[in-house]
Design a protein around this ligand. Sequence first.
Ligand code: R5P
Length: 295
Amino acid sequence: MATNSEVHAFPDSLVFARKLGGALGRPVERIALHHFPDWESGVRVRATPGAPAIVVRSLDDPNAKLVELLLAADALRRAGAGPLTLVAPYLAYMRQDRVFAPGEPISQRVVGALLGSAFDRVLTVEAHLHRIEKLEEVFPCRAASLPAAPALAQWLREHAAGALLVGPDEESEAWLRHVAAEAGLAFSIGRKRRRSDAEVELSLPALPAGVTRAVLVDDIASTGATLAAAARALRRTGVPAVEALVVHAVFAAGSLPALAEAGIARVVSTDTIPHPTNRIGVAALLAAALAGEEG
Ligand code: R5P
């Protein structure tokens, strides 16, 4: 990473950007954001000509944020900034990676093309990639998704000794295998059927004998329906203590009380999306990738 790089943050990404800037030893510039009466967005940047720019913003609530990122990239180029890197700790629109039903778009490709043409490099954490292996298959620029497994495993080693890890569905198996190996814990995988956004059915295989504590581990929680269904299934098998650990804490309104009602005693997340459950920081992970030029 160039020693004259500048970190640029929107008001909503300032907290994370300060952690990243601190880890990199680089200053943070605030991107001014204005909304016109029709809710059109206006941005204004302050850039040092020639300095590479690292723009920080997670793409939860993504629609306006996407447009504002494109505007910021244009403003930075016009202000003479050097190469532009987008650090999006959470990257939205990655789940629609194929046409699941006739008439649908491939949103992942649309968003990849937009961001990849505005920025020279995109870095994120644990993007939801299932039918592609690398972000660069859909981003026309350097792009990488950093694994959250080391950060999750460290938390589990420190806070969940002896727990059984539970992944909610087959899609989580390969990923959870890494987390479990790094944490030195056993894991089981459930079978999930989603009926609608908020309706999930989930069954578990026979669990090892004598499990007294289980930690549900998932890459993202949106409605919380997956975690709630998994917790109910665990409680039915007689596991007395159930917790949840997720990377991206979307957590729609009302989902946390529903999780408590389903028997989840504690919910922990990384800080890719600001949320009261954030306990695990990923800024150091991103800073190391930027400093080492990975991805
Ligand atoms: C699915 O593939 C993901 O890993 C999550 O399990 C899912 O997105 C969680 O969504 P929700 O919280 O709405 O059940």
